[in-house]
Ligand binder design. Structure first.
Ligand SMILES: *[C@@H]1O[C@H](CO)[C@@H](O)[C@H](O)[C@H]1NC(C)=O
Ligand SMILES: *[C@@H]1O[C@H](CO)[C@@H](O)[C@H](O)[C@H]1NC(C)=O
Ligand SMILES: *[C@@H]1O[C@H](CO)[C@@H](O)[C@H](O)[C@H]1NC(C)=O
Ligand SMILES: *[C@@H]1O[C@H](CO)[C@@H](O)[C@H](O)[C@H]1NC(C)=O
Length: 451
């Protein structure tokens, strides 16, 4: 038997995707992603040095200068930095001297995350790895003098079972090659073909990310970025062709249409079941993805709000990517640590309702606010985000037989709750909150077996 035939009978024939969206979109999504549900997003870069406004600091500052506008950005710079201080000078201050990648990996793991996505390069063009396409403007040449992408990749893989992914921005606000292509009305592709494509290949070959999370696509169509050519290479010939996933930001016309899972817009949470796999990318700091020195407690998601976001997302078929912005020194501020660890504690008890779950027939209750469903291995899980009136929950009825029980996850002896069925509904009487040790919000586990 010919080797190729043997391999194809074994189902391991080399894939052969064409550089067209029809072909790229026909690739099945590797299953690990839907099972993982929860990822950590890390926005880290030179923008963490001013740590002011957001990761868009450079752009806002420059736009305000150009318009002769006095703004918080221009004031901060005029009042605290020598004349002529440039954004590039922040690069040498991106020192990361307290960055301990093992600690980050441990924290993200303890948060209950199953994957990590780091900004390898944001819109300022600074690479967190020693890219030969970003000479002098990367973390090895200046500032920390370290390969930050490589160090985090190693720790995540060595000490946890999390997958490692990379965010990458296609456009760079002030890259002269990009500005020139734009001036040419994108009839030239010096930047896309001469810088971006080889840079992305370098990144994939060096660090083998299992997610390529693309961004900064919106000012040019996917044909300018040659996105389908990159993706055909990624799926056919790259070292991660078996397990990699990508998102949907590959050109001004692709989001919600093409690629792997769909991010749609930032912080997307539709509240209804979607056919296509999607991901809600959100940030613990409501006002920024990058670190802000002025952050206030009130601007940070509470753990209740975070769990609500997760439960709604997963019930509707999504994954969630929870962002933290580390400091320029490489530390993660305690309020983010606390939030992630609180989440981890909740997931330790309630993870069966989240990981590897599937959407159920119903996603949430209409009459009973704050009840969201998932299912897994013959059980239906109802997350209860809001205490019901008279302690009485009215739920959709899974196929619960007379001998079946409804449990509160993590409640020990108090875990069995009283219920009775009325037609296609069940009435569940919740025990007094003080008698149950499970962390709020509670998750009810309903057997889905008729007997
Ligand atoms: C800003 O000020 C400079 C110098 O006074 C002037 O030349 C320029 O036209 C101004 N730009 C705008 C957008 O007003
Ligand atoms: C780009 O388009 C603008 C507006 O249509 C036009 O004025 C300009 O000449 C074009 N530039 C090039 C280099 O084609
Ligand atoms: C870019 O796209 C064009 C048009 O589809 C194709 O001819 C060319 O080979 C591509 N180049 C690369 C480097 O992918
Ligand atoms: C689910 O919840 C949303 C938001 O709370 C609500 O608007 C919607 O009506 C609910 N959907 C169903 C099917 O109950």
């Amino acid at each position: 038997m010919k080797l190729a035939l043997l391999l194809s009978l074994l189902g391991v024939a080399a894939a052969n995707y064409e550089p067209t969206w029809d072909s790229i979109d026909s690739r099945p999504l590797p299953e690990w992603f839907d099972e993982a549900k929860i990822g950590i997003f890390v926005h880290w870069g030179v923008f963490s040095v001013p740590g002011f406004g957001s990761e868009w600091f450079w752009k806002h500052w420059q736009d305000d200068l150009k318009q002769n506008k006095t703004s918080p950005y221009t004031k901060l710079m005029a009042e605290n930095y020598r004349p002529g201080f440039a954004y590039h000078d922040f690069g040498t201050e991106f020192t990361a001297e307290l960055f301990d990648p093992d600690k980050w990996a441990e924290l993200f793991h303890n948060a209950g995350a199953k994957y990590v996505v780091l900004t390898s390069k944001h819109h300022d063009g600074f690479t967190l790895w020693p890219s030969k396409y970003s000479f002098g403007w990367n973390s090895k040449d200046i500032g920390s003098h370290r390969d930050l992408v490589g160090e985090l990749a190693d720790s995540v893989r060595q000490y946890t079972d999390m997958r490692f992914g990379l965010y990458h921005s296609l456009y760079e606000w002030f890259n002269p090659l990009w500005l020139q292509d734009k001036e040419n009305n994108l009839t030239t592709q010096e930047f896309a073909l001469g810088k971006i494509l080889p840079e992305m290949k370098e990144l994939v070959e060096a660090y083998k990310p299992e997610i390529v999370w693309s961004d900064g696509e919106w000012e040019a169509p996917d044909t300018y970025w040659n996105s389908t050519h990159f993706l055909a290479w990624l799926y056919n010939d790259s070292p991660v062709r078996e397990t990699v996933l990508v998102n949907d930001r590959w050109g001004s016309d692709t989001h919600g249409k093409h690629g792997g899972f769909f991010n749609w817009a930032d912080k997307f949470n539709p509240g209804v079941l979607l056919e296509h796999k999607w991901e809600n990318a959100m940030s613990l700091d409501r006002n920024s993805w990058g670190y802000r020195r002025t952050i206030q407690v009130s601007e940070v998601y509470t753990v209740q709000e975070l769990i609500k976001e997760i439960v709604e997302t997963v019930s509707c078929g999504g994954n969630i990517l929870i962002n933290v912005g580390p400091t320029k020194e490489g530390t993660i501020i305690p309020i983010f640590q606390e939030r992630l660890l609180q989440l981890g504690n909740w997931l330790k008890i309630n993870g069966d309702a989240i990981y590897s779950s599937k959407p159920w027939t119903f996603q949430n209750e209409t009459e009973q606010a704050g009840v969201w469903y998932t299912q897994r291995e013959g059980y239906v899980y109802a997350s209860v985000l809001q205490w019901p009136e008279n302690d009485l929950l009215v739920l959709h009825r899974p196929q619960v037989g007379p001998n079946n029980q409804i449990l509160i996850l993590g409640a020990g002896d108090a875990s069995i709750v009283k219920w009775h069925a009325i037609d296609d509904r069940i009435d569940v009487t919740l025990p007094r909150m003080s008698r149950v040790s499970a962390p709020w919000p509670w998750v009810l586990k309903l057997t889905d077996v008729t007997n």
